[in-house]
Design a protein around this ligand. Sequence first.
Ligand SMILES: [Zn+2]
Length: 237
Amino acid sequence: MKMRGSIFVLTGAGISAESGIPVFQGTSWRGHSHYELANIEAWEKDPTLVWEYYSDRRVSARCAKPNAAHVALASWSTEAGDGRLFLCTQNVDGLHEAAGSEDVVHIHGKLFESRCAADCGRPPFIDYNGYAPGELPHCACGALVRPNVCWFGEQPYQLDRIYDALEECDTLIAIGTSGSVQPVASFVTMLKQKPQPARTVFLGLTEPANALYFDEVHLGPAAELVPGLLRSWMKKK
Ligand SMILES: [Zn+2]
């Protein structure tokens, strides 16, 4: 495959799992499933519990380091040139940025940012803090401050920008995505239905639920597969 046109890179939990950040599927936190806590209903019912959960996630994510897949994507983006590579991640950790990627589109928000739960107009801000029970953070407007992440039951972030990039791209590379979370799982089907269908490539440890929409499925650790694939493409460019 030649590297022409623009490339949409989509990364999911699989790429961060190799840096020690647990995936949602099949793991839990103090007996609660992640789906139960990363949820607008959980926040409305028990913000203390949700902040305890996110405080814990911040602590463990702070220790995580980007792996070879994150690093390869960052250097590939620089070599490919301006605007060629659109990097969209479902992961809320900052591992792409830690590896040197710029302008990463976080469809599910950022773990190390917080914002006003009442959307009073204060922009999201960087926040590495953990909050103990009874010390819930408040905005100057009086409302609670919440993690700046997209929960189940909420609209994902930056969808206009994402759909524009999907419209323009001619290649999709999905890395470590489960293929089961919407709307992200539908990106690949959308690309196959374009008048000029995009080429679609999957890399990751386990086959995604939407595997049949990919032209190529490469199974293995992202930290091994991604640098190798990108090297071979760069040679062909
Ligand atoms: Zn506010």
